[in-house]
Design a binder for this molecule. Structure first.
Ligand code: GTP
Ligand code: MG
Length: 196
């Protein structure tokens, strides 16, 4: 798909903020803080629209990017950042729960991002378990594969092949926002989901 137009259509920052009209559907990007959600969004779009930072916790609101006037990418705040207070973590949970409860019907697929270099962390397994309990089967994106040697890569991929199906996950895509590896596979998923 050729990306001709991208605009930040809506920012949801407070409990009273309204979600935008549905258009042709939406694709949320969820994952731990610092996993590379905003970077992936920018890499897919070929434009720097979302803020990227070395410091976790950069994205604090739900940001709706309207693509080609047709569908949305939704950049969600990251979870699992150890340094935030319990209160902030609780707020994150509320934002995310509200998002899924209100927008479930408009979601084409959830892109659930996991750092390819590590084993699943508690916060990842909590999110995957929660999505599973909602009957949502995410498309997992294994991020930052450019940082793995080929040995590490093989080891990590067999690890994910073993654990992801335990959460009902059937599709995962190893990718890199730096080298662009497999970004076209993510686009294929997007185009397919928009067609059904
Ligand atoms: P929050 O907004 O805090 O939840 O973080 P995020 O998930 O949006 O992460 P972000 O895209 O801001 O990236 C975090 C850091 O990881 C930045 O320093 C990025 O440059 C780096 N990064 C993201 N994706 C990749 C990748 O594919 N490869 C490499 N090598 N670095 C990456
Ligand atoms: Mg971000």
């Amino acid at each position: 798909m050729k990306v001709e137009d991208v605009r930040l259509e809506k920012v949801i920052a407070r409990p009273g903020d309204r979600f935008p009209e549905p258009k042709a559907g939406e694709f949320p990007f969820v994952g731990r803080s610092n996993v590379g959600k905003s970077s992936l969004l920018n890499a897919l779009l070929g434009k720097k629209v979302a803020f990227v930072s070395k410091n976790p916790g950069k994205t604090r609101s739900i940001n709706y990017y309207l693509i080609n006037h047709k569908f949305y990418f939704v950049d969600l705040p990251g979870y699992g950042y150890a340094k935030v207070s319990k209160k902030e973590r609780e707020e994150w949970r509320k934002i995310i729960e509200r998002y899924f409860h209100e927008r479930d019907w408009n979601i084409k697929t959830v892109f659930s991002l996991i750092d390819s270099r590590h084993e699943l962390m508690d916060s990842d397994t909590q999110l995957l378990g929660w999505l599973q309990s909602l009957g949502i089967q995410p498309t997992v994106v294994l991020t930052k594969v450019d940082k793995l040697s080929s040995t590490e890569r093989n080891r990590q991929l067999s690890y994910f092949e073993r654990v992801l199906p335990e959460f009902g996950v059937e599709h995962w895509i190893p990718c890199s926002s730096v080298t662009g590896e497999n970004l076209e596979k993510i686009w294929t998923v997007i185009v397919e989901k928009l067609e059904v």
